[in-house]
Design a protein around this ligand. Structure first.
Ligand code: HEC
Ligand code: HEC
Ligand code: HEC
Length: 191
């Protein structure tokens, strides 16, 4: 555990921040080779001949120490946060109220795919309520007409997923609950 954290490049930048309660123990993470990430001079965005290229940190140098993912930018960001690999500041101004919400909502059920579970916690660790409510999503279960076609068009969940959060190719990360698992307790609850 300490060996992993000891080499964390971000640790120096976050020193002094209050430790976040880790919900899961930091398991030994198999480090990925830095070569898994495209180097800046080859990413098509940075000028390979520019004088700044040698000064910038390469993505692989920073990200190789974080819990690995197989898609997107190859980091499982929620785990990186929950397990204390990164400790970003929650607010810049002391008067900002930091709001967390822990409930998990089933926002789609009984389709051809497993049901979709929306975890508020994984979102409010990074975002404020106002990033989503009330303009993007009404804070009422079932009130938003969620549709996969809209999501694939970059709306609703797709505003972030595929852009700044894990990509839409990871179907099962959203469609994570077998429909059968929902039917049994629901029937038991209805008299
Ligand atoms: C970011 C979360 C997310 C990801 C990733 C995602 N979906 Fe969805 N999907 C949803 C939501 C939300 C709905 C919506 C609601 C509904 O239909 O009630 C939905 C609906 C659907 C539906 C229609 C409902 C059903 O179950 O038949 C299909 C089919 C579907 N998704 C397939 C996929 C496939 C295939 C992938 C991967 C290529 C995928 N989804 C990835 C969130 C996601
Ligand atoms: C990433 C976007 C996002 C953020 C951030 C977010 N929510 Fe939500 N919230 C949703 C979605 C999606 C739903 C489900 C809406 C639906 O079913 O159509 C929801 C539903 C709700 C509901 C209705 C739940 C129920 O059980 O009926 C409440 C209340 C709510 N949110 C409050 C909050 C509060 C308070 C915060 C901040 C602490 C917050 N939300 C942050 C996306 C978000
Ligand atoms: C405002 C941006 C935003 C919107 C809108 C949004 N998400 Fe997310 N979501 C994030 C971020 C940021 C993360 C954390 C980074 C990551 O996992 O890539 C995340 C994480 C998640 C996770 C947890 C992944 C894990 O590893 O535990 C799930 C599941 C998820 N989102 C589903 C949804 C669904 C379903 C919707 C639509 C109902 C949605 N999100 C809408 C930004 C958003």
């Amino acid at each position: 555990m300490l060996a992993v954290l000891g080499v964390l490049p971000l640790a120096a930048q976050t020193a002094g921040a209050p430790p976040r309660a880790a919900s899961a123990p930091v398991a030994a993470t198999v480090q990925q080779p830095a070569s898994n990430w495209t180097r800046l001079e080859k990413d098509g965005l940075h000028d390979p001949l520019g004088p700044g290229i040698g000064l910038l940190q390469q993505p692989g140098d920073a990200l190789q120490f974080l819990p690995r993912d197989t898609a997107g930018n190859l980091v499982r960001w929620v785990q990186a946060l929950e397990r204390g690999f990164i400790v970003p500041r929650s607010n810049l101004r002391p008067e900002t109220e930091v709001r967390l919400r822990e409930d998990e909502l089933i926002v789609a059920r009984n389709g051809s795919m497993p049901a979709v579970k929306f975890p508020h916690r994984a979102h409010t660790l990074w975002l404020d309520c106002s990033n989503c409510h009330e303009s993007l999503f009404k804070s009422k279960l079932g009130a938003n007409g969620l549709r996969m076609t809209a999501i694939l068009n970059g709306e609703q969940c797709g505003l972030c997923h595929g852009a700044v959060a894990f990509p839409l190719t990871e179907c099962n990360r959203c469609h994570s609950v077998p429909n059968a698992a929902l039917r049994a307790p629901a029937q038991a609850a209805v008299p």
